[in-house]
Each structure stands twice: as C-alpha cells, then as structure tokens.
Design a protein around this ligand. Structure first.
Ligand code: ATP
Ligand code: MG
Length: 410
C-alpha cells in the first residue's frame, strides 16, 4: 500500500465512529446536566505552556511531546493533554473576574509520542472537565461523582481509586522521606526510576515495572505526612463520596504523571485493559492557574480516555433507520428524487441509488445499508400515481397514495 496512516494514528470508520459519537454524546449529556459548558481549545500551543504546566520532569514533556518549529520560528507543540490549554484560556480571557466559578468541558484529539499498543495511541481522544473557583472538598466529590456517572451510563465497569498527595506545605517532608527510603533501594529500581528519583521521586510510585512496584509497596505513605488542612480536606472528600454513594478504594501510592496536581487525585481503572488500565483520571490542581500567570484560583478536573472506553463497550447494534428510494426508469427516478427531497425536508433520513440497477440489486443495497423502509417506484407506481412502501425487517409491503400519507406511515 502506498499511503497509510502514521503508526499509532487510527481512522475511525463507521460504525466505529458511531461508537465514538455515543461515548461523546453520553459524556456531554452528563456534564451538561452538572452545569458544564463546552470550551473549544486549540490543538497546538507554544511548547513552553506544557513544559510549565505538565512539568519538566514528566514523561509527557520529556519524551512524548510532538514539538516542532513553525515557519515563524516559534516552538510549538501538539497538545498532549487539555488542562494546560483550558487554564491558559481561563487566564488569558480573565474569566476569573467575570464568573464566580467556572465549569468547562472539552472533547478532542491529544498527541503523545508513545509506543503504540491496544489502548495506547499517538493520536488519541480525551473528554475532559475542569472546575475553577472551588477549594472546598465538596467540589472534588461532586466532580468524581460526575465522572462516575459518565462511566456508569456507558456501562463501563471500573474501580475508583483515590488518594491525597498533599500541598506545598506537607509534600516536601514526604518527598524527603521517600527519597531517603528509595536511596537504600536503588538496586531494585528500573533505570528510569534511578534517573528520576531525585528530581521527581513521586513518579517512582507510578512506575509500572514489577520490581519498582515491589519497592513501592513498602515505601512511606503520603497519607501519613499530610498537614492537618490536607488531611481534613481528604476526609471530607471521602465523606461526600459516601454521601453520593460512589464506591472507591483508597490507594496511598496513587500519584499522577503530571506535576500540577495537589491534594485529591483519582483514577478509574478497568481490569479488562491490561497495562492500559486507567480509563479516566484527574485531580485537584490548586496552584496551576497562578503558575500560568493568573490569580490564586483553586481548580480541579479529569480527563477520560475515549479510545480506552471504546474498547470496553460492546459493538453497537446498528439500528435500522431511514428510507431508501428504489426506482426504475427515468420517470420513476424523477419522482424518486422528489420523494428524497420531500422526506429530507421533513427531517427523515432518505437516500437513493443513482446507479438505477435492477430492483433486486437496489433492495439488496437497502438491506446492506440497514435501512428501515424502501419506497419503491416502478412502472405501475408511475402510471397509477402511488408509492409502494416496504418495511425491510418484516417484508410487509403496502400501497401509499400520496407523500402526505407516506410521511404518516414512516
Ligand atoms: P498512562 O499511565 O496510561 O500512560 P497517563 O497518566 O499518561 O496514562 P493522563 O495524562 O492522565 O494519562 O490522561 C488521562 C487518560 O487519557 C488516561 O487515563 C487514558 O485513559 C487516556 N490516555 C492517556 N494517554 C493515552 C494514549 N497514548 N492513548 C490512549 N489513551 C490515552
Ligand atoms: Mg502516559
């Protein structure tokens, strides 16, 4: 084959695209009900926006970002995630001065140079939600409830894990303790972790390597180091999750791969996705708005991996729908075109086979296309000025006298 899509970049051809649409529609319905509005953000940004927000020592910035110089000499990156742009837009447009609090959602492609495998692509899709302006734990629980509802409405079974990773006040002490602990275990860590443990020791907790996981299971727990405010916040989040009847598991070693998180972090994991188990992840990022140049505005959000969710939901039963107009002969064809136009103007999906093959071939096409009804116009119909309407699933055929009657029957 001469041309192929790039590695890790997939086409979504119908009916796969319908599945994508169903996931997005369900997501939108749930978040809109919870008061979120859509924000449409650029696909590329100045690379330094991500370096600043996602973090210099993160895998995303270190090895996964698509960065290039544009013709004007600017260093640009295809967005690897959505939060950085949302925060940049929130600050740039001074939204904090106009709204008491802000709830945005976004849907779209993200780009990361990763090793492609099931559930891990170089162009993938995320649906995300961001909340600006609440420091209170009720907002954390409410957001997690929204995420939980999206997955439930899609019938995705996933286990929710939560943790608190503290704040500027309490994390440094934990970091110290973790470095001290890891120092004596360096022999058991993978080369990546050995390299990053001093710069970003919390990332070691997130390593998927078996030997690292073993070390981590004995590491000090951040929850033992939280300051009283963080501890209280975390307790309240859990309390409200119970109130919302959201089931969760505490995982004291849960951290996220992005540097901007504070306090609450969470992930929904499925057991059916192998190593790519996380379908939705998020948390609080109370310092990010400030770091991007805005005022101190607490915020939180999550992103759902649409591709991974699509792997977890069953193939869609394509429902029969619409009308296929079957004609034979010029006069019948002309009437067929009128029928198609008429039905479309009334909001009904209608199509016609311009090739004018045999009735049998056209009926076969109608069946293939999972059409609900065929309107047949042949010589008899032209001469008698009527239409024959056939329901494909039952094979039942009836005579219809006018377009108005046709519309009533559909
Ligand atoms: P992972 O640990 O699986 O690499 P991550 O921590 O890098 O995930 P986030 O940046 O938190 O992921 O992105 C949120 C969600 O987006 C993930 O939980 C996942 O469902 C999805 N996602 C992330 N990277 C990819 C990818 N390369 N291909 C498909 N989905 C992805
Ligand atoms: Mg990743």
């Amino acid at each position: 084959m001469e041309y192929r899509a790039l590695r890790g970049v997939e086409d979504l051809i119908p009916p796969e695209s319908l599945k994508y649409e169903r996931v997005v529609d369900t997501f939108k319905e749930v978040v809109e009900r919870a008061g979120f509005s859509e924000v449409i953000l650029p696909i590329f940004e100045e690379a330094r926006l991500f370096t600043r927000s996602v973090g210099e020592s993160s895998d995303i910035v270190n090895k996964e970002m698509y960065v290039f110089e544009d013709k004007g000499g600017r260093v640009v990156a295809l967005r690897p995630e959505g939060t950085a742009s949302a925060v940049r837009a929130y600050v740039e447009h001074g939204v904090y001065a106009k709204e008491p609090f802000t709830k945005w959602f976004y849907v779209g492609p993200m780009f990361r140079f990763e090793r492609p495998q099931a559930g891990r692509k170089r162009q993938f899709f995320q649906a995300g939600a961001e909340v600006f302006g609440f420091s209170q734990p009720g907002a954390d629980a409410e957001l997690i409830k929204v995420a939980d509802t999206v997955l439930k409405e899609l019938s995705v079974e996933a286990v929710l894990e939560v943790n608190s990773i503290g704040c500027r006040e309490c994390r440094p002490a934990y970091r110290e303790a973790l470095i001290n602990f890891l120092m004596s275990k360096l022999n058991f860590l993978c080369p990546d972790c050995v390299r990053r443990f001093e710069k970003n020791p919390l990332r070691v907790l997130d390593c998927k390597n078996e030997s690292c996981q073993k070390v981590v299971s004995q590491a000090p727990k951040i929850t033992d180091y939280l300051c009283s405010e963080c501890r209280e916040h975390y307790e309240k989040v859990k309390e409200y999750l119970n109130l919302f009847k959201v089931e969760f598991k505490e995982n004291p070693f849960l951290v996220r791969g992005l540097d901007y998180y504070t306090r609450t972090v969470f992930e929904f994991k499925s057991s059916q996705l192998g190593a790519q188990s996380t379908v939705l992840a998020g948390g609080r990022y109370d310092y990010l708005v400030e770091e991007i140049g805005g005022p101190q505005v607490p915020a939180l959000g999550f992103a759902m991996g649409i591709d991974r969710v699509m792997l977890l939901i069953p193939e869609l039963e394509v429902e029969r729908r619409g009308v296929f107009v079957v004609t034979r002969g010029e006069e019948a064809y002309r009437r067929g075109l009128e029928v198609v136009n008429f039905l479309r103007s009334k909001g009904i999906r209608a199509e016609i086979d311009h090739r004018q093959g045999s009735f049998k071939a056209q009926m076969k096409a109608a069946d293939r296309l999972k059409v609900k009804f065929a309107v047949i116009i042949g010589q008899d119909e032209v001469e008698g000025e009527f239409y024959s309407l056939k329901e494909l699933s039952t094979g039942k055929q009836e005579r219809v006298e006018s377009l108005k009657e046709l519309l009533a029957r559909l």
